[in-house]
Design a protein around this ligand. Structure first.
Ligand SMILES: [Zn+2]
Length: 240
């Protein structure tokens, strides 16, 4: 289930984080903005089913449609129908990996759960090794850094990133088997929040970590091909 997060602070609850630009905006207004956008896309997919290759609506086109209507150029009677909250929600949907673009049709569409799972499970190196085997001594920091960076790259929000990395550290048994300076996984991940927030990228860290992991001869604990198709970004939505 998509939880209609606040497009600024990502809260899915009635209250916002301090300093959020939507502070005081009730849940139903945020949900309505998402539904306005989704109803456009769903109507659009229905049209795509009926015709062979109708012109699609690219992200830029939809975004410019939103901002055009927002500036009231299209139809003065519809003044106020699209607000800046729509633009922000559109970007939030894109960040949450909900929207795909098909180059050949210039079309924007809603991604299927399978497609989103392919996006969040790393199937290529060096991140695949890090995901399957987990951190080992000598590269714990680089491995965690790289996995947080991966989550940011594939569009997981911060809550999803925490849940994804927690599952990873538990399923690889790395949290239990290795010794960590932090008292909890949550604390460990909090120390890497800047990597996600600033979109730092893993640079050479992932290569170094994967090399160290391979040299350690530790057995992989997760099989990416078992994971594919069985999880999607929604599974990591819940705050815990
Ligand atoms: Zn907010």
């Amino acid at each position: 289930m998509f939880a209609y997060p606040c497009p600024d602070c990502e809260s899915t609850l009635a209250f916002h984080e301090v300093g959020c630009s939507y502070e005081g905006t009730p849940r139903h207004e945020i949900e309505k903005a998402y539904i306005d956008i989704l109803s456009h896309l769903i109507a659009h997919s229905a049209v795509m089913d009926m015709h062979e290759a109708p012109p699609g609506m690219s992200f830029k086109m939809l975004a410019s449609k939103v901002s055009r209507t927002l500036r009231n150029l299209d139809d003065p009677e519809k003044k106020g129908e699209w607000k800046s909250i729509h633009e922000d929600c559109l970007h939030a949907l894109k960040r949450a990996n909900r929207l795909g673009e098909r180059e050949e049709m210039a079309g924007l569409y809603l991604k299927s759960p399978e497609e989103r799972s392919h996006d969040i499970i790393p199937t290529f190196e060096p991140i695949k090794t890090i995901y399957e085997t987990g951190p080992v001594d000598g590269c714990k920091d680089y491995a965690v850094y790289s996995m947080v960076s991966w989550c940011e790259l594939v569009g997981l929000g911060w809550t999803q990133t925490v849940n994804f990395c927690t599952e990873w550290l538990e399923e690889t048994n790395a949290w239990d088997e290795l010794s960590w300076g932090e008292s909890s996984i949550r604390q460990l991940l909090r120390g890497k929040k800047h990597v996600h927030k600033k979109g730092l990228g893993w640079g050479e860290y992932a290569d170094v970590a994967a090399k160290t992991i391979r040299a350690s001869k530790r057995e992989p604990r997760i099989n990416v091909y078992d994971k594919l198709g069985s999880v999607s970004a929604d599974d990591y939505d819940e705050p815990n």
